[in-house]
Ligand binder design. Structure first.
Ligand code: AMP
Ligand code: ZN
Length: 116
């Protein structure tokens, strides 16, 4: 189900443009509009799930698939060997700005730890 006001639902339905790097019937991955590293890609399920907080058992398969596709994209973007980070900001303290579950795939530079 799509949320009519959700920007990532609109991207998933090609109603607003994005730089898509991968797409199938379940998932779309596109370049972040404000990249925080040389490689910064957002992966989302096409169905509207607000965040990790709302996941249900039947979502387990797509979450696994998103991670497997992240591996493929990391290889395509030549960051599989240098390393990368996958982040799902969840809720206010984590700074989640878009209420559609998304995973940031970030790499291409040395990433500091712990995050701010
Ligand atoms: P978060 O803060 O975890 O909710 O991350 C939301 C991310 O979505 C941010 O890194 C934004 O730069 C990115 N973003 C917002 N709107 C768009 C858009 N239209 N196309 C691509 N990335 C976007
Ligand atoms: Zn949505």
């Amino acid at each position: 189900m799509a949320d009519k006001d959700c920007i990532f639902c609109k991207i998933a339905r090609h109603k607003i443009p994005s730089k898509i790097v991968y797409e199938d019937e379940d998932i779309i991955a596109f370049r972040d509009i404000d990249p925080k590293a040389p490689v910064h890609i957002i992966l989302i399920p096409k169905t509207h799930i607000p965040s990790i907080k709302e996941l249900i058992e039947t979502d387990e398969k797509i979450i696994g698939k998103i991670h497997r596709i992240s591996q493929k994209i990391a290889e395509d973007e030549s960051i599989a060997q240098s390393g990368f980070r996958i982040v799902a900001n969840t809720g206010p303290d984590a700074g989640q700005a878009v209420a559609h579950l998304h995973f940031h795939l970030i790499g291409g530079r040395k990433l500091s730890w712990p995050p701010g």
